[in-house]
Design a protein around this ligand. Structure first.
Ligand code: SF4
Length: 477
């Protein structure tokens, strides 16, 4: 999972892109980078957070009127600097690219590029595959007089060849600015604009909250399979190319995105309240009567408060959070992840003591965090602890760029609710049901493959095993 931003302007946009990246920092902390264009590409990227990568950097040396930015959470490949985005090639025209998502036919594409196009892929980052596939097909067009149609045809070829989830931004030197999504629109990409003295500046990003910071007006989400090209005269061309059933990642609403972001006209905070209210069904069914409902800060606040409102049980903040520790989910190494949880959350004693507590979290993946929390709450005097997951049981790996570990490490893949409660030491465990989640999104086509196993792109057992093996090879699990 990554965060991307791109701006096409008639003014220097370097600091806007860097500021935009800080608003996307929650989407990845492994590396950060930007590329700008002012006749030449200028790239600065490195391992770590935005503030450390751009500390002591002379921004005058990165000046440009169009540019791209990226924060990376590696799901395929290493977390090292060599895999940091953006990537660029100098032919045809000069192309620079960033992406958010995950390519699932990585090995066959790499082989094809190597054998058919004689291109050597020297990193393990999947954006390189998209970039080279795009370049190899664009160079077949009439480069003396490249048309919008040729660019869209090239994108369509990419969409046919590259399987998986991807939202992509591309600078085509002296030709224009291109944004496109995969045929299913799994990963978000939003277009916005700002009026300037000389006209309109267009921007694209993974979340709308970026545009609030930067003073842009949101235009719309890109649709599944859509490409938008802004030419040298700042004219916007858009076309839906290879399009199949849209399948927007529901986990953006559950966990990944900021609560103030909006996707497809749905505010993330309101979606979480809706899911919290829906949880009331299963809590009532269980017959359990908690004294208070608390959340695992911060992403579960809206679920917990929605549930509390619906069932008429007081909501309390029962866990204090150290705000200076990173999100445990996006911490690369398992040992580090457990350490992060321990340092991050501390029960608020008088709230917890002698109470029957329903603790709401966005999900239960491995059970590590949940077990630690339940034990902490009991240690601080909770009479009973009921663990409530706002999402359905996670049973299948995400192959589209959200790192949820491999199937064998997913607690719900092999255990039932009772066994999970025992393992995490909770008095009971309550999940959102998949049917209830699907009812919430009956109007918005979503991907829910990590709960249902229905991968919108389709997947063979062999490929799934291959993807899991790649993940096990990395230091992610
Ligand atoms: S599998 Fe789950 S996390 Fe992955 S894209 Fe689909 S809904 Fe999102």
């Amino acid at each position: 999972m990554c965060g991307i931003i791109g701006i096409n302007s008639d003014q220097n946009i370097t600091s806007e892109i860097i500021h935009g990246l800080t608003a996307l920092q929650h989407r990845g902390q492994d590396s950060a980078g930007i590329v700008t264009f002012d006749g030449n590409f200028k790239i600065k990227k490195g391992a770590g957070q935005v503030s450390s990568v751009f500390q002591n950097v002379n921004l005058n040396k990165l000046k440009g009127n169009s540019g791209l930015g990226h924060v990376r959470y590696a799901t395929v490949g290493s977390t090292e600097e060599i895999d940091a985005q953006p990537f660029a090639v100098n032919y045809p025209f000069g192309l620079a690219m960033v992406h958010n998502g995950n390519v699932i036919n990585f090995n066959s594409l790499r082989k094809k590029l190597n054998e058919e196009h004689k291109r050597l892929i020297d990193t393990s980052n999947d954006v390189e595959l998209i970039l080279y596939t795009f370049a190899a097909n664009l160079e077949k067009k009439d480069l003396k007089d490249i048309s919008v149609k040729s660019i869209f045809d090239t994108v369509e070829t990419v969409q046919r060849s590259v399987k998986g989830a991807y939202s992509v931004l591309t600078l085509i030197a002296n030709q224009g600015f291109l944004a496109f999504t995969d045929p299913y629109g799994i990963r978000p990409l939003i277009m916005a604009k700002k009026e300037t003295e000389n006209g309109v500046t267009y921007a694209f990003a993974s979340e709308t909250s970026v545009f609030d910071y930067l003073g842009y007006e949101v235009i719309r989400d890109l649709e599944a399979g859509e490409a938008v090209f802004i030419d040298q005269n700042n004219k916007v061309h858009s076309r839906i190319l290879k399009h199949t059933k849209p399948s927007f990642c529901v986990f953006e609403y559950i966990y990944f995105a900021r609560e103030d972001s909006i996707f497809h006209n749905h505010l993330v905070a309101s979606e979480r309240v809706k899911m919290g209210k829906m949880l009331a069904k299963n809590l009532n069914k269980s017959g359990i009567k908690p004294d208070i409902i608390i959340d695992v800060p911060n992403s579960a606040y809206f679920f917990a408060s929605g549930l509390a409102e619906k069932v008429g049980i007081p909501y309390r903040r029962g866990l204090a959070k150290n705000r200076f520790i990173g999100r445990s989910f996006i911490t690369a190494i398992q040992k580090k992840r457990e350490g992060v949880v321990k340092q991050k959350l501390n029960p608020i004693k008088d709230i917890v003591k002698n109470n029957k507590i329903a603790v709401v979290d966005d999900s239960i993946v491995r059970g590590t965090t949940s077990r630690h929390l339940v034990n902490l709450l009991k240690k601080y005097g909770a009479k009973e602890v009921y663990f409530i997951s706002a999402s359905p049981p996670i049973k299948y790996p995400c192959i589209y760029g959200i790192d949820m570990s491999v199937k064998k490490e997913m607690i719900a893949a092999t255990k039932n609710r009772k066994q999970i409660a025992e393992l995490i030491n909770a008095d009971t465990v309550i999940y959102q049901s998949l049917e209830d989640l699907q009812e919430i999104y009956s109007e918005l086509p979503i991907c829910d493959a990590c709960f249902s196993g229905n991968y919108p792109t389709g997947i063979t057992e062999d490929l799934l095993e291959q993807i899991e093996a790649e993940k096990l090879k990395s230091d992610r699990v």
